[in-house]
Design a protein around this ligand. Structure first.
Ligand code: ATP
Ligand code: MG
Length: 384
């Protein structure tokens, strides 16, 4: 009996005329994620099938499927001909070694199949009971749901249970964004959330060598790699912020230092976005989390931008963000104790409700244009 993996998608079903576009994109994302693993890929109506893989690669394939936005669920399944004897054999094999309660569910998409679904359910259930003393029927909440899917193309899938992917939309279906990634907990989660909605991402990180060390940069590289697993690869641009921070420290009012730093980060991010074709800037900001993330702080920060800024975590509590960061395995890296450039010249009392006018006055004291041009010129690029 042959084993395959059935993959299902979810939100794509809601799409109208351009549904085919989303399906093809998801197909190509799955194929590129599995490109180094021996397999064949079969698109069917409303699902895909991964076939001809080596069983020793099964866990690796599952790990990959769990990181592809757009994959809703998948199941390991036996595939047999639309033949009741063969189906019986598959059901019996699937039930061996199981103890507890079960239910058989039959979907008869192939209307030429001679046994109707209710009858097939009853027959198959009876056969299982006859063969295994340690299984009983429970149609309300069975321990094992045995699914028999009799397809129009002559094949039947027999499987028990589903594994969950992350759902969402296929990467590449929602434009391109530039993620401001720090070494903290929030921004990798923000990147993951956007990847899940189908946005292709690149990352920008500001570091302040020698105030922030090599280890801080390595940490961001590690985080970018982890987020890129959900995004089919990413580029990271590392921009030196040292000169800019020194200038801000020297010329600007203490309480406006962070506000101005963030406004300059946005300007640099916008310039880079134009260069790489990104249509939105993404941050890990969450309303009220720190002084710079008040509504006034965010308004003052984004005032310098002429493009959308998306903050997928704006209404998330820290505990919810931490939960996701553990699920996507960025948490342990994020909590490693390295400095971020934002904490290097931290003022004692940062302004909580900054005014745009004051920010502009403070910025007029330095040559922002030259500093920005130089920072972009010297950006380092890493590809994952
Ligand atoms: P995080 O946990 O993501 O570091 P945070 O709670 O520490 O966030 P801030 O330091 O105020 O918050 O940063 C807010 C957002 O600004 C971050 O989520 C990130 O998108 C961006 N950011 C902060 N520092 C940097 C940096 N050094 N390089 C790039 N982006 C940054
Ligand atoms: Mg931070």
């Amino acid at each position: 009996m042959k084993t395959v993996i059935i993959i299902r998608f979810c939100e794509i079903h809601l799409k109208g005329k351009n549904r085919g576009y989303f399906e093809r994109l998801l197909q190509s994302n799955i194929e590129s994620s599995l490109k180094d693993i021996k397999h064949s890929f079969i698109p069917l109506h409303n699902r895909y099938v991964v076939d001809d893989f080596d069983m020793c690669d099964y866990d690796l394939i599952c790990d990959k499927l769990k990181k592809i936005p757009g994959v809703h669920t998948f199941s390991k399944a036996y595939v047999v001909e639309n033949d009741f004897e063969e189906i019986k054999g598959a059901v019996l094999d699937l039930c061996k070694d199981k103890t507890g309660t079960f239910k058989v569910e039959v979907n008869r998409a192939d209307k030429t199949f001679p046994i109707r679904s209710m009858e097939a359910c009853r027959e198959l259930g009876g056969i299982v009971l006859d063969n295994y003393n340690n299984l009983k029927v429970n149609v309300v909440s069975p321990d094992y749901l045995i699914n028999v899917d009799i397809r129009e193309d002559g094949k039947t899938f027999v499987f028990c249970g589903v594994e969950f992917g992350i759902s969402g939309m296929p990467v590449g279906s929602a434009g391109k964004g530039l993620l401001l990634i720090s070494g903290g907990i929030d921004s990798p989660v923000a990147g993951y959330m956007m990847a899940k909605r189908g946005m292709k991402l690149d990352c920008i990180h500001f570091h302040s060598y020698p105030y922030t060390g090599e280890a801080a940069k390595e940490k961001v590289i590690e985080l970018t790699k982890k987020v890129s697993e959900y995004n089919g690869g990413m580029n990271l641009y590392v921009v030196s912020f040292t000169k800019i921070q020194e200038a801000i420290h020297k010329y600007a009012r203490d309480d406006y230092m962070i506000t101005i730093m963030r406004r300059i980060m946005m300007r640099i991010a916008e310039r880079l976005s134009k260069k790489i074709g990104a249509q939105a800037i993404i941050t890990g900001e969450s309303l009220g989390q720190v002084a710079s993330q008040t509504i006034e702080g965010m308004t003052c920060t984004e005032e310098v931008l002429n493009m959308p800024i998306l903050r997928p975590l704006v209404a998330f509590d820290k505990l919810d963000i931490i939960k996701i960061s553990k699920e996507i395995d960025t948490y342990d890296t994020s909590i490693l104790p390295y400095e971020d450039c934002c904490t290097v010249f931290l003022p004692k009392f940062p302004v909580i409700k900054p005014s745009i006018e004051t920010a502009k006055q403070e910025e007029a004291k330095m040559d922002i244009e030259t500093l920005i041009a130089e920072a972009i010129e010297n950006a380092e690029k890493y590809e994952f």
